[in-house]
Design a binder for this molecule. Structure first.
Ligand SMILES: *Cc1c(COP(=O)(O)O)cnc(C)c1O
Length: 369
């Protein structure tokens, strides 16, 4: 079997990024939950995070958390997608913490805990306007917090959290962070004690931290993307934050093989209907140009915009499920059939490539346990 397409995971680069994230957060009194879903839960990614000082390993999938534990991760595990009722028994077996936004789920955790005698820590989610998960009204959030505090023996109210910038594109501003702290304080008044955790969001919540406006009481961030992608992540690409330029973009690199090399027309010839995905793309006529066909496709990485050729002058012009078309007319170097093309990646392509069964994975510089 061919070794291509090949995804190389450079753990030195990964750990350099994770160490930077942990150090930024530590300076602001914040602990990091290392989110591993960007790598489809590679256990080695979790071990790197633990080695670099993360306090929790977090994922949206129990399978990924279980694999991390089996691989030797010792720190607490946290489920960060609010759970299905049908997985709660398994959840309290596998992990110690979870994000919660439904009363029914909390009651199910209590019931399951009563059977096993095991206590579980919950972080109640407040929806501050991004409109994915979370309690929408402060009153309901406080009521449920009080219920957990007073009525549950096997559910421990560890704190509250929020998530921003996922559905609603809402930015984690100073105001949103202060609102989260004020929600925490409302709960604290109702239950008569301090909450241990105020979880201020994901990678995007590094922005208020960079700006020095993160409220002191926010003490957890749940971070995945930036560690995997470095500057090829929204903080740089969408928000122009140059703080992340010190991070490495070579933690994940894709290599794929060139299978056809030819000069062809750039505009399709014939009556045009729809492409492989039922779309009607616009084609620009640039005359005859030299282009390469690469043996990897959208089934493996998703969208062509999430793949960045390292070859100077190369430009991806399109792709189907298993083929990628790269314009190489402007490339200076000699290119032949059988050559390997290298690509840098971003969040969604890393997430998909690590899950693709067509892609081989090579890991270098792994953390020993
Ligand atoms: C995915 C996710 C994160 C991590 O987000 P990144 O952008 O990868 O840092 C944090 N919290 C929740 C609830 C998530 O779903």
């Amino acid at each position: 079997m061919s070794k291509y397409p090949l995804l190389t995971v450079n753990h030195e680069a990964l750990k350099s990024n994770m160490t930077q994230v942990v150090s930024w957060c530590r300076e602001a009194g914040i602990d990091v939950a290392g989110v591993i879903k960007v790598s489809s839960g590679m256990p080695s990614f979790a071990l790197d995070y633990e080695a670099c000082g993360a306090k929790w390993i977090a994922s949206s999938r129990l399978e990924q958390l279980q694999r991390a534990r089996d691989a030797g991760v010792k720190i607490p595990l946290m489920m960060i997608r609010v759970p299905m009722l049908s997985e709660i028994e398994e959840m309290i077996e596998v992990c110690d913490y979870s994000l919660e936004s439904e009363f029914a789920a909390i009651k199910a955790i209590e019931e399951a805990g009563a059977h096993t005698g095991k206590s579980h820590n919950v972080i109640l989610m407040a929806d501050l306007g991004d409109l994915r998960e979370g309690f929408f009204e402060l009153e309901e959030l406080v009521d449920v917090a009080k219920y957990v505090e007073d009525k549950c023996d096997f559910v421990h109210l560890a704190g509250i959290g929020t998530n921003l910038g996922c559905y609603g594109s809402v930015m984690p501003t100073k105001e949103k962070m202060e609102q989260l702290v004020s929600y925490a304080e409302a709960i604290e008044r109702a239950i008569g004690r301090q909450l241990e955790i105020i979880s201020g969001g994901a990678t995007s919540s590094l922005m208020p931290l960079f700006d020095g406006v993160m409220p002191e009481r926010v003490n957890m961030l749940r971070i995945g993307a930036i560690s995997a992608c470095g500057p090829k992540e929204d903080l740089r690409t969408a928000y122009g934050r140059t703080e992340v330029d010190c991070m490495r973009d070579d933690a994940f690199t894709l290599e794929a093989e060139l299978i056809e090399l030819r000069t062809k027309a750039t505009h399709p010839i014939g009556q045009l209907g729809v492409d492989a995905f039922g779309q009607k793309p616009k084609y620009k006529d640039r005359g005859m140009r030299r282009r390469a066909l690469i043996a990897i496709g959208r089934v493996d990485y998703g969208d062509t915009g999430d793949l960045f050729p390292e070859t100077p002058g190369a430009e991806i012009v399109g792709a189907s499920g298993d083929h990628t078309i790269v314009d190489i007319e402007d490339c200076k170097e000699i290119i032949r059939v059988g050559d390997i093309m290298r690509f840098k990646l971003c969040y969604s392509s890393i997430m998909r490539l690590t899950a693709s069964e067509n892609v081989k994975i090579k890991e270098v510089g792994q953390t020993e346990i």
